[in-house]
Design a binder for this molecule. Structure first.
Ligand code: SAH
Length: 351
């Protein structure tokens, strides 16, 4: 559905009664274009070692109290096997940002191994930050299907306010990275944080227009949440406001881009234990259960109050899957759950 800025702003500002109507519509559009299915990506938090110092992030380089880890290859393959055997269909590998040649080689090698242990069946999303074009290309050739790189905010001034001002944290370079990923043929995902200090509803409307303009295939949006290493001013939005705004962003994006993949993100669960299920109801269709080895989970703390389950994976899975079913959805076991939007574009190209 084409919408202009003022229409989007009106939806994002809608009161409780009107947002219920929005949610009904976005939920129906999701059913119509995606169906009742929820796809899983087993999330592997590969390492919290990071070369960047994004002011909002709990694992930024300057966060001195953080206990740094890097999973072994064996741990990563073990987690991928777990996902494959439990019919997750896809995994997502996320990490702090490392741009060394040895890291690029390592990821390439892991991708080959993951594809091989799963007979090529496990879908792989990478979320490993900004990398040289040639590295994106190699990882794509080694089997990565999708890449998630959040723009964080599409407003250049706000972007500057939440990052150090140097070449490593340049808005233009991040935009360029998104274009490079698309050129390499990835299903392209981006997203923003919601409720940053200084972020207005107009800026959030522009974020949605940016996604449309970039013609993205997937999106992950989450509430900004404070952490003890954050150098940002505290949010002007209450947690409840950030939560409500995030749901409205998901719902509005679903109206604008009916067949993309939208994640129900963990930051919503951090505010409300049923936050992810609520996001599914208003239009999200992907969930990323954490399958990182439990011993290091406490160290990948992007924000305070991040839900960290110490349960063994089977128990964690069972309760999550039950809750998804209880919310009226079916889980797409053993399906990669690729972006329909991407699929349609490929079909058109090949005609
Ligand atoms: N290094 C990778 C992955 C980073 S962490 C990259 O740059 O893409 C993944 C996401 O966590 C970030 O893109 C950011 O949107 C989110 N995040 C970081 N700090 C956060 C905070 N304090 N509150 C909410 N989300 C946060």
């Amino acid at each position: 559905m084409g919408m202009n800025r003022s229409e989007i702003v009106a939806l994002l500002r809608s009161d409780e009664q009107h947002s219920e109507k929005l949610f009904e519509l976005s939920g129906a559009i999701r059913q119509q274009h995606i169906g009742n299915v929820v796809h899983l990506r087993g999330l592997i938090e590969l390492s919290n070692v990071c070369a960047k110092d994004c002011l909002y992030c709990g694992i930024r380089k300057g966060a001195e109290g953080v206990d740094r880890y890097n999973l072994t290859d064996e741990q990563v393959i073990q987690a991928a096997k777990y996902a494959y055997e439990n019919r997750y269909g896809s995994i997502a590998i996320q990490s702090g940002e490392l741009t060394t040649a040895s890291n690029a080689n390592r990821i390439e090698d892991l991708l080959h191994q993951i594809k091989s242990i799963s007979n090529g069946e496990l879908g792989v999303t990478l979320s490993l930050g900004e990398q040289p074009f040639e590295v994106y290309q190699r990882w794509r050739e080694a089997g990565a299907d999708r890449y998630l790189l959040r723009i964080e905010t599409s407003n250049k001034d706000l972007y500057r306010a939440i990052h150090p001002s140097d070449n490593l944290h340049s808005f233009d370079r991040r935009i360029e990275a998104l274009h490079n990923l698309k050129e390499c043929g990835y299903q392209l995902g981006t997203g923003v944080m919601i409720g940053l200090y200084g972020q207005t509803i107009d800026m959030l409307a522009d974020d949605l227009l940016f996604f449309k303009e970039m013609d993205i295939d997937m999106c992950g949006m989450g509430a900004y949440l404070e952490n003890k290493y954050s150098l940002l001013q505290a949010s002007e939005y209450t947690l409840q406001q950030r939560f409500d705004l995030t749901l409205k962003m998901v719902a509005t994006l679903r109206l604008m881009m009916p067949n993309i993949n939208i994640a129900a993100t963990t930051s919503l669960q951090a505010i409300d234990p049923l936050g992810r299920e609520k996001a599914l109801r208003v239009g999200a269709n992907v969930i990323m259960p954490n399958i990182t080895p439990t011993s290091v989970r406490k160290n990948y703390k992007l924000y305070d109050n991040k839900p960290i389950s110490e349960d063994c994976l089977d128990i964690q899975d069972r309760s999550l899957f039950e809750r998804i079913n209880d919310a009226g959805f079916e889980i797409g076991f053993s399906q990669q759950g690729n972006s329909k939007h991407y699929g349609d574009k490929q079909t058109k190209k090949n005609k």
